[in-house]
Design a protein around this ligand. Structure first.
Ligand SMILES: [Zn+2]
Length: 71
């Protein structure tokens, strides 16, 4: 069970890695999903949606990020 999206977003923005492997972030504006520790710029909160597996992100139509390779 994941925490609230706001808590996940805070962790993402800090890249603290607390949820690395437990959650992935799907970015609505780019159609890409990332690990919680991706070095790319943090998306805006309203564009970020969190899912628990890479498979779920793919099923939702997102592609894996080429920088952090969240596979
Ligand atoms: Zn990434």
């Amino acid at each position: 069970m994941l925490p609230e999206a706001d808590e996940l977003y805070a962790s993402l923005a800090l890249r603290d890695g607390r949820f690395d492997g437990l959650a992935f972030v799907c970015v609505a504006t780019t159609g890409i999903f990332c690990k919680m520790t991706c070095p790319a710029r943090t998306p805006l909160r309203r564009n970020a949606a969190f899912r628990t597996t890479a498979a779920e992100c793919r099923a939702a139509g997102f592609r894996a990020c080429k920088r952090c390779r969240p596979v």
